[in-house]
Design a protein around this ligand. Structure first.
Ligand SMILES: Cc1cc2nc3c(=O)[nH]c(=O)nc-3n(C[C@H](O)[C@H](O)[C@H](O)COP(=O)(O)O)c2cc1C
Length: 464
């Protein structure tokens, strides 16, 4: 399964938007993609020169096609996995629980072209400057790679696969945002001479989803991707790492111990993330497909939100299922697709709501607010969830507040101290029907459905 297979599937299904007009990767492309948020958009001619080019930036020589928004709706993941949108959560949960080791292949499309001459001393027309890397907003410090999946090896836990946004600072250097305490960070701290890394750009949705997951240490995320769709791997050219053979681009290099300012940059919460001192990555070799397609995702938009939030739904589901009967979980877009969840349960005892709140927080460490509802509430409809809070919840009885908890580094209202874990308050609302109450009094009464058009005068229409 490759990104190209997805493009073809999306085209056939009528989801794909194709733009043939020339578009500039500096600010313009992101604006167009933002206006089409929720659709996969293939830009065919991203050839315009960068208006304020660093001397090495020669966009137009390398990739000219850019795909944005591949993962911007649940239907697209379902399409890729060959299941209905309702079956997506069990499919993810199953892949997470039963990873399948990927097959190794001798040669991969991602290595059709090998460019090891990324040293600017050899030529200016090489390296990262050839890629149509987007500048999204005037406030971006530099162009950023946003859909890069970094593969590293930890000496104790093996392969780790995760997203790291990469700020481009030269033809062979990027500064990576590496969240402290996670897989890449812990491996990098152990590697005194720098950590070999392979960054894949232009990936299938299963690879993107797997990179967003945080399975237990030692579980191979590429095995999770492979359990969703076959994901063969190929050996890298200059580092001892294996990458999905179908990727569009692979940047091979090292995460050095040199630090540089990273940011400012827009993050998931649609607010500006802080500037931090972060590791510099040196790129030694770029391999890519002939006619490679560059992939980007818009920070703060639907694809970013779904990729962050959706993989947490199965982990919350698993945690809540240990304490009561969990029906469904949704991480809601209004809560930045990271900080808020709604969980539906089948209540079988007085404490199930409270237990579900505690378990949900355990299942997703960055969760800040959670609402527990009965299984007659449609989780995907915020009006129904609010209705459950309005009619089934009493704050002095059903509210759980936890002070001074470890929280998300993304929440601007939390307490952030450099070098320390963010602290936050958490809140759980048990909006399930009170145990022992007469359920009939809490159920929504519905009018019987009729076709109102039958009651209209001839010639009258309901169309506006
Ligand atoms: C679109 C997207 C962008 C992300 N950007 C970053 C990032 O810049 N830095 C980072 O450390 N984590 C980032 N993450 C989060 C990690 O990929 C994710 O938490 C991963 O599961 C961490 O895995 P690990 O705990 O196994 O290292 C991003 C996730 C997504 C979905």
């Amino acid at each position: 399964m490759s990104l190209r297979d997805f493009i073809e599937q999306a085209r056939q299904a009528g989801y794909l938007v194709e733009i043939h007009r020339e578009v500039n990767p500096h600010l313009e492309l992101a604006r167009v993609a933002a206006a089409l948020d929720g659709r996969p958009v293939l830009f065919h001619r991203v050839t315009a020169p960068h208006p304020t080019p660093p001397s090495w930036h020669t966009t137009g020589e390398g990739a000219t096609r850019v795909l944005v928004g591949a993962g911007s709706a649940r239907e697209y993941y379902a399409l890729t996995c060959g299941v209905s949108a309702e079956k997506l959560l069990p499919t993810l949960a199953n892949a997470l629980e039963h990873p399948r080791p990927p097959e190794m292949v001798e040669s991969g499309a991602c290595q059709q072209v090998v460019e090891s001459d990324v040293d600017p001393s050899t030529s200016l027309r090489v390296g990262l400057g050839r890629l149509p890397i987007l500048t999204h907003l005037p406030t971006d410090h530099a162009p950023y790679i946003t859909a890069g999946v970094a593969i590293i090896r930890d000496p104790d836990y093996g392969r780790n696969v995760s997203f790291h946004r990469l700020m481009v600072t030269g033809p062979r250097t990027v500064v990576a945002r590496i969240v402290e305490g996670r897989g890449t960070d812990t491996a990098w701290r152990k590697a005194q001479d720098g950590l070999p890394v392979a960054i894949c750009v232009g990936n299938s949705l299963p690879v993107l989803l797997a990179a967003s997951m945080s399975p237990p240490k030692g579980v191979d995320e590429l095995g999770i991707a492979n359990a969703m769709q076959p994901t063969p791997l190929v050996q890298c050219k200059t580092v001892d790492l294996q990458v999905p053979a179908e990727s569009e681009f692979v940047l091979e290099g090292h995460i050095t111990h040199q630090l540089a300012d990273e940011g400012p940059f827009l993050d998931l919460t649609e607010t500006m993330d802080f500037v931090r001192r972060q590791p510099v990555i040196e790129v030694d070799c770029i391999t890519h497909r002939r006619d490679a397609i560059y992939q980007a995702l818009l920070p703060g938009k639907l694809e970013h939100k779904l990729l962050m939030g959706m993989p947490k739904e199965p982990t919350i589901f698993a945690a809540v299922s240990q304490v009561c009967e969990c029906r469904d979980v949704v991480i809601t877009p209004g809560g930045t697709s990271w900080l808020h969840a709604v969980v539906s349960i089948v209540k079988r005892g007085p404490e199930d709501g409270r237990r579900a709140i505690e378990a949900a927080f355990a299942g997703h460490g960055s969760l800040k607010h959670v609402v527990i509802v009965d299984d007659d509430i449609n989780l995907y409809d915020p009006v129904q969830v609010e209705w459950a809070i309005a009619t089934r919840f009493q704050a002095d009885r059903d509210l759980v507040v936890l002070a001074d908890q470890p929280g998300s580094s993304l929440d601007p209202s939390a307490t952030h101290v450099p070098g320390q874990k963010t602290r936050t308050a958490k809140m759980g609302l048990d909006a399930t029907i009170l145990w022992g109450a007469n359920r009939k009094e809490y159920e929504k009464m519905r009018y019987e459905k009729v076709d109102a058009r039958e009651y209209l005068n001839t010639g009258q229409s309901l169309d506006q």
